[in-house]
Design a binder for this molecule. Structure first.
Ligand code: PLP
Length: 361
């Protein structure tokens, strides 16, 4: 039996009639940009997260750039960011005019720690970008003690919780991506910024519309980056499903452990009080590529993520300078394997994957 890496179709199938109806409503209404659907989705996501303000934007990358600028990050500033993450986390810092300063991560959680971030801070550091990698919340509360604002990149963590608070409500500001494969995925690009800070929210709202608060006076060089009405209408159908989908992902992760996955590969460490959303379930093995080949041979889809970490990417060379070694990042880059996971991942599938790994590892 083949096991796919993702399954976005099965959870969406029962929702298809409701989604098509909402799409038809938007088409009939004739409002496509910054209308009632975006406004309603922003309010619904804010209520779900327990934050004061949500601003819908074009994608998760723009969300980071706009959120950094709304925090006051400017040219000449440094922003600490993990090297072991998707490229957009660092790219968006450069777009905001600042310099990404790469830090290492913890081998168990794969997230930044207070120590790794602190080691990377410079006198010019004006923000920390903490990624909730693979859906596991970063230690954002502890990072906020370091004295500069923390942006929580929750692109992979919609539906995760940390000590009862939602991922996306942990930092001074947080960002989401609604790219279709994400836990809360639209039918195209989309993103959002979440914050309790009314000033940051107002500035982000202006920046997404060309730096204008009233569409008459243009105060800043901004962006044309809006979540569109069709995507917002679709996301409004999906948001009420998110908790159930994340429960399914968590059940899938438990099924892996029950099937003995930890006997064969390194499994993610989950801190006390953390409820990850498991956008990806990522394990480690010293011969990761050989394991991947063996899994592919029996129809189990799996892949390595961030094999070349950001501090080794050509476009980041100007920002790396005399950066010291990031040993955990390099090790994780070489040894990680993302295994199949989805809201509808079954215990049978988990056993099949573990059997395949046991044969390969
Ligand atoms: C950690 C992280 N940050 C940022 C992004 C960027 O989001 P988008 O693709 O919507 O621009 C992604 C995903 O693509 C991501 O995984």
């Amino acid at each position: 039996m083949a096991v796919p890496l993702f399954d976005t179709d099965t959870p969406l199938a029962p929702l298809r009639p409701a989604i098509l109806e909402r799409i038809a409503d938007v088409v009939a209404g004739g409002r496509f940009v910054l209308g009632p659907e975006v406004q309603a989705f922003e309010a619904e996501l804010a209520a779900y997260l327990g934050v004061g303000h949500v601003i819908g934007v074009g994608n998760g990358t723009d969300a980071i750039t706009i959120a950094l600028r709304a925090l006051g990050v400017a040219p000449g500033d440094d922003v600490v960011v993990p090297s072991f993450t998707f490229y957009a986390s660092a790219e968006a810092i450069v777009t905001a005019g600042a310099r990404p300063v790469f830090c290492d991560v913890d081998a168990g959680t794969r997230n930044v720690t207070v120590e790794t971030v602190h080691a990377a801070m410079t006198p010019r550091t004006t923000a920390i970008l903490a990624v909730d990698l693979f859906g596991l919340p970063a230690p954002v509360a502890a990072l906020r003690e370091l004295g500069v604002p923390v942006l929580e990149d929750a692109a992979q963590a919609a539906g995760a919780r940390h000590q009862g608070r939602m991922a996306g409500a942990l930092g001074d500001v947080a960002t989401f991506s609604f790219y279709p494969s994400k836990n809360l995925g639209a039918f195209g690009d989309g993103g959002a910024i979440a914050t309790d800070d009314a000033e940051v929210a107002a500035l982000a709202r202006a920046l997404r519309f060309h730096g204008s608060r009233d569409k008459q006076t243009f105060e800043y060089i901004g962006y044309n980056s809006r979540l569109d009405e069709l995507q917002a209408a679709i996301l409004r159908v999906l948001l009420p499903e998110l908790d159930g989908w994340c429960d399914g992902r968590r059940a899938g992760a438990r099924a892996y452990l029950d099937a003995g996955l930890g006997d064969h590969v390194g499994v993610p460490a989950v801190p006390e009080g953390s409820d990850p959303a498991w956008h990806l379930y990522v394990v480690t093995h010293p011969r990761a590529d050989a394991v991947l080949e063996a899994l592919a041979a029996v129809g189990v889809q799996a892949r390595g993520y961030y094999r070349r970490p950001l501090h080794r990417q050509p476009a980041m060379a100007p920002y790396v300078g005399d950066l010291g070694p990031l040993p955990v990042t390099d090790e994780l880059g070489a040894t990680n394997i993302a295994l199949p996971i989805s809201p509808v991942f079954t215990a049978d599938q988990a056993r099949e994957v573990v059997t395949a790994i046991a044969g390969a590892a």
